[in-house]
Design a protein around this ligand. Structure first.
Ligand SMILES: [Zn+2]
Length: 89
């Protein structure tokens, strides 16, 4: 105990995340055609933004931002009923 080790996996995570912009994670539900937009609490969020899990209108899919643009987890009831919405480059 008492070991100070700043060379663990946390550094690798930061390095790989360096190129990513903070922003929302969006998933479109192909059932109700609405977009679940999720923001991470550590990113600057616009007014009315949903922090954490966000669901589409019918509740089929959920988006959960991991803090970076277009990066997050998808929860779904039906596997082929959603698409991740990414910013056009
Ligand atoms: Zn839906």
């Amino acid at each position: 105990m008492g070991r100070v080790d700043d060379d663990d996996t946390g550094k690798g995570t930061l390095r790989s995340a360096k190129d990513r912009a903070l922003g929302p994670f969006r998933v479109r539900c192909l059932h109700c055609n609405t977009i679940a937009e999720s923001w991470h609490r550590d990113s600057p969020t616009p007014k009315g933004a949903i922090i954490g899990m966000a669901y589409c209108q019918c509740g089929n899919v959920g988006a959960d931002s991991l803090g970076f643009q277009d990066f997050g987890r998808v929860l779904f009831r039906n596997p082929n009923s959603y698409e991740v919405v990414t910013e056009k480059k």
